[in-house]
Ligand binder design. Structure first.
Ligand code: ZN
Length: 252
């Protein structure tokens, strides 16, 4: 599996104290615990400051799972790149969107939504695992303390999740659909709420475990080749020759 971790990497430059708990930035921190996973062959990091935002087409084609963290520079991500990411997800690339990525162009394009929500900083959070049978919940307790995090509150402007795996509770009095999964085309998408830049959730062992599980789950089962347009609706022209059941069995 080849994984690319994308981070806008703007907060880290304006508030360098973030680098004391996330050395190298959020992208390098996530990359370190994704590299530890079995089956991961390559982990790249990419940032807004790199040419093509670090995501030229050859990198996207060579990526099975893309992680996305952004906050204050969503508007600086070119629409053309957003469209290429969308197209790649529909063909089969997995996408994991973290925390404030809920307002990224990529999240809104892939899911067709506003991503809007309510928020307040420095509250205390707890997470409930509401779908313990889901692969992303493997090894995750029924409920667990997140610690100090930014409240995200409902209503969350998303399409109804295909799978709702985690619900967050905050001592601000809010609840939130913290861990949601969707299928779009051949692609799978997971959104996870923790990850505010001035808290330390990416150093929480269970946050890391959820993101590792998510990486495994969104990894593609089948990928549509890039030569085939996702918009194509070809006419069916082949005539079909029927085989006997005995002939079919001989093929296996
Ligand atoms: Zn935040």
């Amino acid at each position: 599996m080849k994984v690319t971790i994308w981070n806008e990497n703007v907060h880290e430059q304006r508030e360098p104290e973030i680098l004391t708990w996330y050395p190298g930035g959020i992208h390098e921190t996530v990359a370190r615990f994704i590299k530890d996973m079995p089956g991961v062959e390559l982990v790249r990091t990419a940032t807004l400051q790199m040419p093509d935002c670090g995501l030229p087409q050859d990198v996207l084609e060579d990526t099975d799972v893309l992680f996305w963290w952004g906050h204050m520079a969503h508007k600086d991500v070119p629409d053309e790149l957003v469209e290429r990411v969308y197209e790649r997800v529909i063909r089969g690339m997995g996408l994991v969107v973290m925390h404030s990525g809920h307002l990224s162009k990529v999240f809104k394009r892939v899911l067709g939504c506003t991503g809007s929500l309510r928020w307040v900083d420095n509250t205390y959070g707890r997470i409930h695992t509401v779908m313990p049978s889901h692969p992303i919940a493997k090894g995750i307790p029924e409920h667990w303390e997140l610690g100090i995090e930014e409240t995200y509150g409902e209503p969350f402007g998303i399409p109804q999740p295909d799978e709702l795996i985690f619900i967050g509770w905050f001592d601000s009095g809010e609840v939130f659909r913290s861990g949601c999964a969707w299928y779009r085309g051949n692609g799978k998408i997971f959104y996870f709420q923790p990850g505010h830049e001035t808290n330390q959730s990416f150093n929480h062992p269970l946050v890391r475990k959820v993101l590792q599980n998510a990486c495994q789950w969104v990894a593609p089962c089948n990928v549509v080749p890039k030569e085939r347009s996702i918009w194509a609706c070809p006419e069916i022209s082949q005539t079909f020759e029927r085989k006997t059941f005995e002939e079919i069995l001989k093929e296996y």
